[in-house]
Design a protein around this ligand. Structure first.
Ligand SMILES: Nc1ncnc2c1ncn2[C@@H]1O[C@H](COP(=O)(O)OP(=O)(O)OP(=O)(O)O)[C@@H](O)[C@H]1O
Length: 578
């Protein structure tokens, strides 16, 4: 409720209109029976035509107010409930943008998608119901009960006796449905995760002939989800007929007592008709109100899931409002005794890493898989914060930079080239929104993408499909390099970004890059010796520690691990020649 109230506050004017229209609606629903009762008891019985006409006119006016009230009520409910869900989705989405990989791992991507879409939708349904009924029904119940008491105190006692039964019923239903809703949303998370994995891993599934296994996995989770949903539906469907049955029972008792009262002359027929109408409204409103309580646990579960996303603060925070001015003229980056352990891991993945990188230099990292290369370069844009030590850029600790300023300095080319759905030009402009066509062409030429872009029927306006399936792995890498080049960053980070390129393209590209990056610092993570052998500094990592640091020729002599890697890729002659 706290979450819903927080968003409802933004639509105060519409809420006031909503409340006014609720009263308009109540006026009609409860005013008409009184008018009809008066028409029967005073107009028809006494054959007073003038009285009948005036009541008839009043009934029309009230009906028109009712129609207007109903339309306005519907409009307000729809507008408020859809608007607050839109706001909620926007807030969740922008809050997720601040998350570090640690928070993403904590929630899981599929669950974050479910929370943004499905949970927010549950809240929308609930808000719609409360705006329609939570305000209206108490008003209707109170007024109808008052009117029934005014019409006949004896008959209203029968209603009073059934109220506790209804209240207990509502509490029981709410208690049963809350854990069910929790399980339902969790199984929806699982269903989304399996669907996502299936669709993105389609080729692997087919190659391993595991369609049947995946189908079974999906069916099982789907059945589980359907099971929980069915249980909730059953519970809701069961409550309605029971309630109607109760209402009919009460009506029968009332008619039985009323017939005796009419016989005895203590009740008029018109009053009985009005009483019956009030009773219907009181009971029906009660039922609608119960619906709010039945829906509440489900919405509460969704609200909790959304709140837990919104209240999670990223590990990576801005520590300053403004980035201090650097006093150095040349770009410079240094690691000083950096040690790092992943938030969920106990052991340090990087230990005592120190090195200096200067403007115009290329620093390459090599080492066996899992030695910590990607982890190391992920620390520079602060995807993770270090456990101890310091990372300085231009003499300032990266923690003292505003995160935006820090990341604006960096052109990051990830291990898995990621392109977005849109044209090639749009993808390249992701690096710099206002890049001119000349800038796009230049970056494409340097990254060796220009020729294949020009071969596409629409050139830079060619659409990249979802998951970039219409470009090859190597082309994807080159486009993601072009995207970084457009930014002209101070620091380039290539995380194994040349692996999908053939040796010739790799060599030409690195040569073209040399010119382009002469005023930047370039970090390259690579598996191939040929990619890094010209680097100004090569850092060899093993189990998170630096075990070799120098140039290619030096390392061949001084670092056995480097020598071993080189030997596995180059022949003895090539090594000697190098
Ligand atoms: N998000 C994570 N949480 C916990 N441990 C992680 C995480 N990512 C990587 N690791 C662990 O950190 C160590 C270093 O991984 P990293 O990806 O940096 O290695 P790498 O040298 O880049 O390997 P590769 O060459 O295979 O890409 C590995 O033991 C890995 O299992």
């Amino acid at each position: 409720m706290k979450l819903i109230l927080h968003y409802l506050k933004r639509y105060k004017k519409l809420l006031i209109l909503n409340i006014i229209s609720v009263f308009g609606f109540a006026l009609v629903e409860l005013g008409l029976p009184t008018i009809i009762a008066n028409m029967i008891d005073n107009g028809v019985t006494n054959q007073n035509v003038e009285y009948l006409y005036s009541m008839w006119f009043l009934a029309i006016v009230i009906s028109i107010i009712g129609v207007a009230g109903t339309i306005v009520l519907g409009y307000c409910c729809a507008k408020i409930s859809t608007s607050i869900t839109r706001d909620m989705r926007n807030d969740i989405f922008s809050h997720i943008q601040t998350f570090s990989p640690h928070e993403f791992n904590h929630f899981g991507i599929s669950s974050l998608i479910t929370r943004t879409n499905n949970d927010a939708f549950q809240i929308q349904l609930f808000v719609n119901v409360i705006l329609r009924t939570a305000l209206l029904t108490p008003v209707m119940v109170i007024i109808s009960v008052f009117m029934t008491m005014r019409t006949s105190l004896e008959l209203s006692l029968i209603i009073a006796a059934t109220l506790p039964v209804i209240v207990v019923g509502v509490i029981v239903v709410a208690k049963i449905s809350e854990p069910m809703s929790q399980k339902q949303q969790l199984s929806l998370d699982r269903l989304n995760r399996i669907t996502r994995e299936n669709l993105s891993g389609l080729k692997v599934i087919r190659a391993f002939n595991n369609d049947a296994y995946e189908q079974a996995r999906f069916n099982q989770t789907n059945d589980e989800f359907t099971g929980y949903t069915r249980k909730i539906f059953k519970l809701m469907l069961l409550t309605q007929p029971i309630f109607y049955f109760l209402m009919n029972l009460v009506t029968l008792v009332i008619f039985y007592v009323a017939s005796h009262m009419i016989d005895a002359g203590t009740l008029q027929v018109g009053k009985l008709i009005a009483f019956q109408e009030y009773l219907f409204h009181a009971m029906f409103s009660m039922m609608l109100f119960c619906n709010v309580f039945v829906m509440y646990p489900r919405a509460a579960v969704s609200a909790k899931r959304i709140m837990s996303v919104l209240s999670t603060q990223s590990d990576i925070k801005d520590h300053v409002l403004q980035t201090p001015q650097s006093s150095t003229f040349q770009h410079h980056l240094s690691f000083r005794n950096v040690t790092f352990a992943y938030p969920d891991g106990e052991e340090a993945v990087l230990k005592n890493i120190s090195f200096e990188a200067h403007e115009g230099e290329t620093i390459a990292f090599i080492g066996s898989t899992g030695s910590g290369k990607s982890t190391l370069i992920n620390l520079i844009p602060r995807f993770y914060d270090i456990s101890s030590g310091e990372i300085l850029i231009d003499g300032i600790d990266i923690q003292d930079y505003r995160i935006d300023d820090l990341r604006n300095k960096i052109g990051f080319i990830p291990q898995k080239a990621m392109l977005f759905t849109g044209t090639i030009a749009e993808n390249l402009r992701y690096g710099k929104a206002d890049a001119t066509l000349e800038e796009l062409e230049h970056a494409a030429k340097v990254s060796q993408s220009y020729d294949f872009i020009m071969e596409k029927p629409k050139g830079f306006d060619e659409m990249i499909t979802e998951s970039a399936t219409n470009v090859s792995g190597g082309q994807r890498q080159r486009l993601s390099i072009a995207r970084a080049l457009i930014r002209k960053p101070e620091i380039y980070i290539f995380d194994d970004s040349f692996s999908a390129l053939d040796y010739k393209t790799d060599a030409i590209l690195r040569h073209a890059l040399k010119e382009e990056t002469q005023h930047s610092i370039v970090f390259i993570v690579a598996q191939r010796i040929s990619t890094i052998k010209d680097a100004d500094q090569i850092i060899v990592l093993d189990e998170g520690q630096i075990v070799g640091h120098g140039k290619h020729k030096e390392l061949l002599q001084t670092c056995p691990i480097y020598h071993e890697i080189a030997l596995s890729q180059l022949s003895e002659e090539e090594l000697n020649y190098e």
